[in-house]
Design a protein around this ligand. Structure first.
Ligand code: NOJ
Length: 757
């Protein structure tokens, strides 16, 4: 094939283009990609000289060619040939300064236009320093901490050549059967939005062009968490109202925080697969929200349009996806294979192709890849910036903040460090693999501090620590039950670690029950029957229906999967070095039959009343959950004063102040997450019984009290009216403030009608 000659100026532009310093200082939120005129001019020049194949190539993303899990992948001969011809935009699942530099060299030194590659990886909760899984971090209700953790992940990943993470996963999830609930921030759009923005800021830093920044990718756009039956990849059927009020807000927050990319989801939404959904990808995302980065498909989701039944064959799937606004093709090969011919035949307009190429190049430019294609492939930084003591300390802190204390009868916890004997039991007690959770990137079991190790380090030298596995996570054999019971009987207290393996959550890991797998429930029962104080430590990627175990244990800690510092973090809480403050970001059902269950449900015409048959309830279960959203105890106690609202009426466009006094009524310092909910009592459409609109982390010494004030502003009350307008409807509202979504004090206020014009 003959290539047109490249004008010197374009070659020069590709090599020496550097962003002006003033621009680099601006935050991504202040300046979405595309605001840079120099980038746009360079892209114009490139588009003028790119061949059709080179343009299509920019839209192609292919997975790296793995050699082995830890020496990293290398480029295959086929990929090398594609890169040399300028027909590959990026490689994902490639990492390591050496491997990425070698691949980049092919693009920048051996391809005609020298356009740099982008290197993607699923950096979901840490790179090598594995942090708590996102659902765990959401339990901290601490966006600042979540941002710091994402920053560490970016520093480490970028040192290893990665320029793009497939995160954050911002899907709202209300069905705990869905395995991917582990990867997101739970059930609430408000908390989910704050954490989505925090992660984007953390990944991209103050300047995406900096060598320590990686492009964020908010995924999976959209409503992937609404899969019917909680079965992964399944159909989603939601109203536009629910889509806009529940599933879309975290994506909007990610876009507003400057997210450079989004990933389209596998599912359909009410008959239209996301990957061919022009209304969503172009109308809402670009038209309404002004997004200027690029959208990548999920893994083969373009050719899956054929299985969905909206495309007859691969060319039609490619044309549909591109037209919808899916700019880059992850792994299906449909764009590479079909787009050149589709454009030549006039089926796909050149302008449509050019627009997608422009978006991909814009992100590469925003990442500074044209200015320095090798900035992120630094073997020296790879040696110094990964798994540093500071990063590991941060992971420990994140672990302690992510733990939720669910039960603590008779102040069983904290345990004394000086107990004579502690029995540490359970299949997860000495496990160094599962605490890494799903999507652990470069996390290594050898970096993990197990619970047994954490406890052994934390106790006094004279304390005896006995260990027995008891049983495996799954399976029905009980070979070690006797040893476990023996250890429990000779101990002063028992810590029993049960839950799920990490493969039981994450992608393609939906479950049909939420019970403890295998014979773990029987192990807990037998250990509890010894009469010793029992502390249940849960490690899992989703809410579990632990109704029985909750009665049997004296204390229960939900620890999720806490990453490399799991054992130290749990020990910090078990022995009281840290007073737990986590709150559930998701409702815990009593049994799987209650799912989907979430706090901001509608009231229905017959709200559940357990004593009334003809109400919205199950006849064989209480209507309340096992634990409500926002629930979590502390080693101290907090008392709330009365809630007041001032003024009593919010003027059009105005705000009210909600005040409450919170007192630490216990004997030690603690942090309370004070939660604010709002209910619109009457609307033109039905409204949730309450919606989270604010929260504060409040640390109080023993006996100390403090006032807490929230502002509820006009914008917080905007909803979709019966006529489909986004507006605030005048009328009466109720604010609720409390320690979780159930235990609240409340006060009314009104919203005035806008003045007549
Ligand atoms: C498929 C998953 O759904 C997505 O979340 C992930 O980013 C890609 N595979 C790439 O690994």
């Amino acid at each position: 094939m003959k290539f047109p000659r490249v004008p010197f100026s374009v070659t020069l532009l590709c090599v020496v283009f550097v962003r002006p310093p003033a621009a680099r200082a601006e935050s991504p939120a202040a300046r979405p990609p595309g605001g840079d005129a120099r980038c746009e001019r360079m892209i114009d020049s490139l588009l003028r000289v790119m061949t059709l194949e080179e343009k299509v190539g920019q839209l192609v993303q292919i997975t790296g060619w793995h050699r082995d899990a830890h020496s990293g992948p290398s480029v295959s001969p086929e990929q090398r040939a594609l890169i040399e011809r300028g027909e590959l935009g990026g490689i994902f699942n490639i990492w390591g300064a050496r491997a990425t530099r070698e691949a980049q060299q092919i693009a920048v030194e051996h391809s005609r236009l020298k356009i740099p590659l982008i290197f993607g990886l699923d950096v979901i909760h840490g790179y090598r320093t594995t942090f708590p899984i996102p659902l765990a971090e959401a339990s901290s209700w601490d966006p600042a901490m979540v941002e710091r953790d994402a920053r560490v992940a970016a520093v480490e990943a970028s040192a290893s050549g990665v320029s793009w993470t497939f995160g954050p996963m911002v899907d709202i999830a209300r069905d705990s059967r869905w395995g991917r609930i582990a990867e997101g921030s739970g059930e609430d759009p408000y908390l989910g939005s704050l954490l989505a923005a925090a992660r984007v800021r953390g990944f991209q830093g103050n300047d995406p062009a900096s060598d320590s920044a990686i492009a964020a990718c908010a995924k999976h756009f959209a409503a992937y968490g609404g899969a019917e039956g909680g079965r992964d990849y399944n159909t989603v059927d939601v109203s536009e109202r629910t889509l806009r009020e529940v599933y879309l807000p975290p994506f909007r927050a990610a876009v507003d925080a400057g997210a450079l990319t989004l990933m389209s989801s596998f599912n359909e939404i009410s008959g239209v697969p996301s990957t061919s959904n022009r209304w969503l990808m172009t109308g809402v995302l670009r038209g309404e929200w002004g997004f200027r980065g690029f959208v990548v498909s999920d893994w083969t989701s373009i050719t899956e349009l054929i299985n969905h039944g909206v495309a007859a064959d691969t060319p039609r799937a490619a044309a549909l996806a591109l037209h919808a606004g899916v700019d880059a093709d992850l792994q299906s090969g449909a764009y590479l294979q079909c787009l050149p011919a589709l454009v030549r035949e006039g089926i796909v307009p050149v302008a449509e192709l050019d627009e997608s190429v422009r978006r991909v190049l814009r992100v590469k430019c925003a990442l500074g890849l044209f200015a320095d294609p090798y900035g992120r492939c630094s073997e020296s930084r790879e040696r110094t910036d990964i798994l540093t003591p500071a990063h590991v300390a941060q992971a420990r802190r994140a672990g302690t903040e992510s733990i939720v204390l669910l039960k603590n009868d008779n102040a069983t916890l904290p345990l004394a460090r000086t107990l004579g004997t502690i029995a540490v039991i359970g299949p997860l007690a000495a496990d160094s693999v599962d605490p890494l959770g799903p999507w652990d990137a470069m996390g290594r079991p050898s970096d993990v501090v197990t619970l047994l190790e954490g406890i052994s380090r934390a106790v006094a030298p004279a304390t005896k620590v006995l260990y027995a596995q008891g049983c495996t996570i799954e399976g029905n054999d009980r070979p070690d039950f006797a040893a476990a019971l023996g250890a429990a009987r000779s101990a002063d207290a028992v810590v029993i670690a049960v839950g799920e393996s990490r493969e039981m959550s994450g992608e393609a890991s939906s479950r049909s029950t939420l019970d403890l797998p295998g014979v773990q429930g029987a192990l807990v029962e037998a250990v509890a029957a010894t009469g010793k104080p029992v502390v249940l430590v849960l490690m899992n990627g989703r809410p579990l229906s632990i109704t029985r175990e909750l009665k049997q244990a004296n204390a229960v800690l939900e620890t999720w999967f806490l990453g490399v510092q799991a054992g130290n973090a749990i020990a910090d809480v078990l022995f009281g070095a840290v007073n737990p403050s986590g709150k559930l970001p998701v409702t815990f059902p009593r049994t799987v039959g209650q799912v989907p269950i979430y706090y901001d449900h509608k009231n229905t015409g017959r709200p559940p009343l357990d004593t009334e048959k003809y109400t919205s309830r199950y006849i064989d279960l209480p209507s309340t959950p096992l634990f409500p959203f926002g629930y979590g105890l502390s080693y101290t106690t907090f008392a709330y004063g009365g809630v007041t609202v001032s003024p009593a009426t919010m003027d059009s466009g105005g705000a009210v102040t909600v005040s409450v006094r919170v007192k630490n009524t216990g004997t030690r310092a603690g942090t309370e997450i004070v939660q604010l909910y709002v209910r619109q009592n009457v609307g033109s459409v039905t409204r949730p019984v309450k919606e989270l609109k604010g929260f504060r982390r409040l640390t109080l010494g023993a006996g100390e009290s403090a006032p807490v004030e929230f502002t509820v502003a006009w914008g917080d009350l905007v909803m979709t009216t019966a006529s489909g307008r986004r507006a605030v409807e005048p009328g009466t509202f109720t604010v609720q403030v409390g320690t979780n979504s159930r235990d609240v004090g409340e006060a009314p206020f009104a919203v005035a009608a806008p003045p007549a014009r």
